[in-house]
Design a protein. Sequence first.
Lengths: 275, 457
Amino acid sequence: MMHVLILDIVPVIYLGAFLFIFSGMAVKSAFLTKIGTKAAVAGFLFHTTALVMRWFESYQIGAGHAPISSLYEFLIVFFWALVLYDLLFGHMRAGKLLHCISLPTAALGLFVASLSDSIDRVIQPLPPELQNTWLSLHGTCCLLGYAGFATAAAFACLFLLKKREDDLSIFSALPETHELMSLLTRSMVAGYIFFSAGIALGAIAAHFAWGTYWNWDPKQTWALVTWFIYTAAFHLHTDTRRGQSAMAYLTIAGFVAALFTYVGVDSMPSLHHYF
Amino acid sequence: MKISKPGQKLVSIATSPTVAVLLFILCSLALVAGSIIPQREMAESLVGRLPPQVMAVLDTLQLFDVYRSVWFIVLVALLVCNLIACLSVRMACLPILHGGHRCPSLPQDEPTHTTTIRETSSRRTAEDLARIIGMHFHTVLHNDTAEGAIIFGRRGSLRLMSLFIIHVSILVIIAGMATGFLFGFRAYVEIPEGDSTDTVYLREEPWEKALSFTVTCNKFSITQHPNGVPRMYLSHLVFAGKDGDACEQTVMVNQPVSYENIRFYQSNHGTIPEARITVTEGDREHFFTVREGSTLRLPGMKPDHEVHILAIESNLMNLGPAIEIGVEMPGEKLRFYAFQNIDAIREAISSLITEVPRLNPARFEPFLFRLRNIEERFYTGLTLDYDPGLPLVFTGGLLFLVGVILASFSTFERIWIILRDADGGCRITVMSLRGATPAPLAPSVEQYLTERTGNRT
């Protein structure tokens, strides 16, 4: 189980990368920031390798499925996606601060996934109802969507803090609002595309598994709530400060709905009880 | 066609993004209510937990069946109206549909920049600007009007097209869902191995539906992973039409089969007890295989007598396996048990059968019932789905994704430049929009104007 060992080390690398980047930003050292960024990229490559190895191993032991079928696998793929967005947007001038949010979050999440006794890390064969390629694609797209929404929510929070720079001068160090709004929109668009694809692929998977593409299951319903919130956000005029603020608030509300879709709905009777 | 003022107001409201946002938020709230409040038969769990008055209010508001409630349907209808209204506006904006060579009019309420270039004519400046705009915009229109020369540039028609596709796709999805809801059905049936059926069960009235063909489950099987976890459930089915043609198909989880446009899905499975019994009449012995609910026709039995198998018990009163038999005769009903271990029971408690008539397997004279053994038999649970709206829904879904991806990788930009001769020079008014929001000018236009006026726009 080499991949488990790698996945135990990856959060340490992410944490180290965050510390270098944070120190670099604090003391305005481009060298430290560069080391941190390179460490983050290295961690991401290890992370990706571990996911591929786990996938490969599942075929070797006869389970044969993408690493997206248990809570442990959902966590490692979600945080992989979060770091992917971090690396995509973090290299932009206004996006540097994202490293200081995504990397420690990913490190913490992976530590929990590795250390928690209640999270089973063993690769299990899938029951017949989950042996569906569409389902793997659905899960992957949804997680990429959630990660995009998480990134957008981070930018939305930074945007709202920046707007308060008149009250608290500490926020004046944040990037300009139009830069944050641009990154917010980009990450939200990416999340929206993946999440919409996830819903569509889930409908196809449900069509093959349950005989209906939609049956108002709580998870499906909350996915639609999340989708409606982000669709509403896209209809706002963001050329005014009021419109931008409304978009930031809707982005955060959408992320809360996405979180509820991901974990909160589990308390309700659902056909998604496997996840 | 001219639209009256109140009509214009109505169109303006119907196509307003604010109304769309409001409808999305209302739909979200409705969905939240539908997911939190137990729906339909699940709502019975609230009886006793909530005061009757609250239950009555929730029921009146149709909150126990949100997705079929009048107000939810009205909400969806309003969303559809909003979509259609927005589509009609977008259709008018679509360059490929719009066509023509006339410059579109300048949008109202958007900021413009006005500057003056001295010692030049509007005609010459217009030629220069049209050439510069042509380098950046795919479509350049140049009209001379009474107000002056208008140059219009546009690029990113793909973006407009993609937004149009997105809105159409949602309508297609809703149309598909409505078609399935109105003309489709969803049913369920359990077929024991070796049995056939031509009747399935609906979730709503009329509860039962007769099929135009017969489905037989020849065999149900489960394959397993090495660690014992089920790998696959398979039902080997035979579909036989009224014309006698038979078609054999295997349905598996995630791999439905289709017959006469009805799809069959492996939904669940289980076992049902099946009893093998003998019925002795004098020196003649008859063998039967029965299940709960079976009706037996015994040789020599009067036509107005009926024998039913009421229950099959694996261990009745700790006396072992038994079946419960019910006999209906004119004016009389009998109920009694037939045990598998009847000899051992007789030996242990010889008086039991004489003292308790229900334990006497020969109660229905002249027949003596005896249970030989009980076996568990697989049944397959199948979901049936007929949804004529399905192609529409999936086409809509595909269109939506294509539209969203195209929209994400394209921008729609427009520029209007109005030139008038004034004060011995040329007075220029510029408006640049990206989507619906003001945007900076293309660098070459900016440079041209800056060089000639000395001011940055």
